[in-house]
Design a protein around this ligand. Structure first.
Ligand code: F6R
Length: 611
């Protein structure tokens, strides 16, 4: 949440900041602002609304300077207005700060500062930091970095802070307590950002700060200190993503581009993960087979779309390994007093690797003695540094706020993990393992075929774009697909959608069905096929119109579908990878028909770094 960018070097900073902010705008788009440092002092410009509003505002009189900081906001404290937009300044206007996170004790600090005579200009929690820095610099005649270290220990909550002072015009100071901060260096410039895409035009060697660290960045160099003031070294991480991967590349929206990147993303996620003898190799999961055999249960924790991939994985893990699997929303997990021990394997799934609740769940699980494997898309993210093992989805950067390619790659990575466990525990006959691996290897080509449904899906989207409610139903792994289809639709089209286990409809939700209500049904499963057809008959009998995802050539389903999306046939437990694709496209086209921007849905941000 919130995009942060900082630059110090020899070039004009404004274009570099705006470019970085554009690359991070998916993290928040309630307002945007920059602070430029020059020999004259600090010039702050801020504007409510998307980044374009700020760009327009600055046209004709761009602020100048060779260092500066920028911010795109996802509002927490204070409405998205000009005065609440970051950067925030101290009373003298000599210090400017941008922030991602929540400062929990801001009210107390603000009252203290007001008593000391500080004047506030916004309703944000962030502004206290600017005034605290001002107070520390005045009290101690210290550098900005020293002041930041002192301030950090007074703040409670989660904060990634980046600040500048006119007294040190080529220095940027960054502070990390939970939300990510990443540093990049070239020979004559220093960069800091809250996300990797902002750094890609300059370097692919990045230095993520650890928690409770402060960095002092100058052109070409950076020094990092722990909160206790000791100088520490930071490892460089090489990012595979190239700059083009974070561009729209001719597509109208990132979401559409990312939907169409799925065949390659799936191939990349599976690359090097099968050996010649037909087994699964996961070099990153370094536990011995003996350790894997000791596991007595698996617990999957995640939020949002990642939770849905975990829900599908529960079926695969249980079926292939015969281990019991619990599935928890990360935001609930640690509050339900779960039973865990050193024989529990916790699978924490987070595309961003930064979701606050998933990180908290991971920490809780580790404290209880469990082993944690993280499934994530972002190298160097917080989750990768705290988990015992990491399984990367190699989906490339996902900029559209709605997760698409990372969902299908999570499904693939989780299936790999399930097969890997089954292999180590010898819980799956060799021929079944081989067949399943073969079916997985066919998925990228099958995804390509599934994308050919684009026109059919677009037609259905036009037909139902103005509906007021849509139900999504499935059974077995199809429930996860239904929930994900409904989430995708509601988050980008603002159309009310509910995902349901089809067998549950009769227990309440069927009351919502009346003449013409669209019902999306996932009918690719084999085990519960007849039951699913019966559930569809029940809604049709009450006037529902059906949009059905079925196996290619299924004439029984064709006969009862108002709109039909036929996907290639795969193994039932793998079918969510294919079944979810027409539903992603459906959500995309419905949003477009409703005149909405699918990449930046209201109220949302890509990476949820607050609880
Ligand atoms: C929906 C979506 C969100 C995320 C959720 C978790 O399209 O993207 O529901 O899945 O915020 O994010 P990660 O996976 O980064 O933990």
């Amino acid at each position: 949440m919130c995009g942060i960018v900082g630059y110090t070097g020899r070039e004009e900073a404004l274009p570099i900041l705006l470019d970085g902010m554009r690359r991070l705008e998916y993290r928040g788009y309630d307002s945007a602002g920059v602070a430029l440092l020059s020999g004259e002092g600090i010039e702050v410009s801020r504007k409510a609304g998307p980044l374009d509003a700020l760009v327009q505002e600055l046209e004709g009189h761009p602020p100048s300077g060779t260092a500066g900081i920028g911010h795109t906001r996802w509002a927490t404290h204070g409405a998205p207005t000009d005065s609440n937009a970051h950067p925030h300044s101290d009373c003298s206007g000599r210090i400017a700060v941008v922030h991602n996170g929540i400062i929990e004790n801001h009210e107390h600090l603000r009252r203290q500062l007001e008593r000391q005579g500080h004047r506030f200009n916004s309703e944000t929690d962030t502004e206290v930091v600017a005034h605290l820095l001002e107070a520390k610099v005045a009290e101690r005649s210290c550098t900005l970095r020293e002041a930041a270290l002192a301030v950090a220990s007074e703040l409670e909550g989660a904060f990634a802070l980046v600040c500048v002072s006119s007294a040190e015009p080529d220095v940027i100071v960054a502070v990390r307590q939970d939300p990510p901060i990443i540093i990049g260096l070239t020979a004559d410039a220093g960069f800091v950002a809250s996300g990797i895409p902002a750094l890609l035009p300059y370097t692919r060697e990045v230095m993520p700060l650890d928690n409770r660290q402060v960095a002092e960045i100058r052109p070409g160099s950076a020094r990092v200190f722990s909160f206790s003031g000791d100088k520490v070294s930071v490892d460089k991480v090489t990012v595979e993503w190239d700059e083009a991967a974070a561009e729209r590349g001719g597509f109208e929206d990132f979401m559409l581009k990312e939907i169409f990147e799925q065949p390659d993303a799936a191939r990349d996620t599976m690359r090097s993960r099968f050996d010649e003898s037909g087994g699964v190799v996961l070099d990153e999961v370094h536990w011995s087979d003996e350790t894997l055999r000791r596991i007595t249960k698996v617990v999957v924790v995640a939020c949002g779309t990642s939770f849905h991939s975990g829900m599908a994985a529960k079926h695969a893990i249980e079926h292939w390994t015969r281990l019991p699997v619990e599935l928890d929303l990360a935001s609930e997990f640690r509050y339900r007093d779960p039973v865990l021990d050193d024989r529990s394997l916790v699978v924490a799934i987070a595309q961003s690797g930064e979701t606050a609740d998933t990180l908290a769940a991971l920490r809780f699980a580790k404290k209880m003695g469990a082993s944690v494997v993280a499934v994530t898309n972002v190298v160097g993210s917080s989750i990768t540094r705290e988990a015992d093992a990491v399984l990367f989805t190699h989906a490339g950067p996902e900029i559209g706020v709605a997760a698409t390619k990372t969902f299908t790659c999570q499904l693939i990575a989780l299936n790999l993990l399930a097969l890997y466990l089954a292999q180590a525990r010898a819980s799956m006959p060799a021929d079944k393992l081989a067949e399943t691996i073969e079916a997985m290897q066919a998925l990228p080509d099958q995804i390509e075929e599934t994308l050919l449904l684009q026109d059919d899906v677009h037609r259905a989207a036009k037909r139902y774009a103005m509906a007021t409610d849509i139900l999504f139903i499935g059974r077995g792994v199809g429930v996860a697909v239904a929930l994900e289809g409904a989430l995708k639709l509601k988050e980008i089209s603002y159309l009310h959608a509910e995902g349901y286990a089809a067998g549950e409809l009769k227990h309440g939700a069927i009351a919502l069905i009346e003449q013409g209500v669209p019902v999306v049904g996932i009918v690719t499963g084999q085990a519960l096929y007849e039951k699913m057809l019966a559930n569809i008959a029940e809604v049709r009998a009450r006037g529902a119109e059906t949009i059905l995802v079925a196996r290619r050539g299924d004439e029984r389903v064709r006969a009862i579908a108002n709109e039909l999306f036929e996907v290639p046939t795969t193994k039932p437990l793998l079918s969510p990878v294919l079944d979810s694709i027409p539903l992603q496209m459906f959500a995309y086209f419905v949003a477009k028909e409703r005149g909405l921007s699918p990449d930046k849905p209201r109220n949302l941000a890509k990476s949820v770094t607050v609880e």
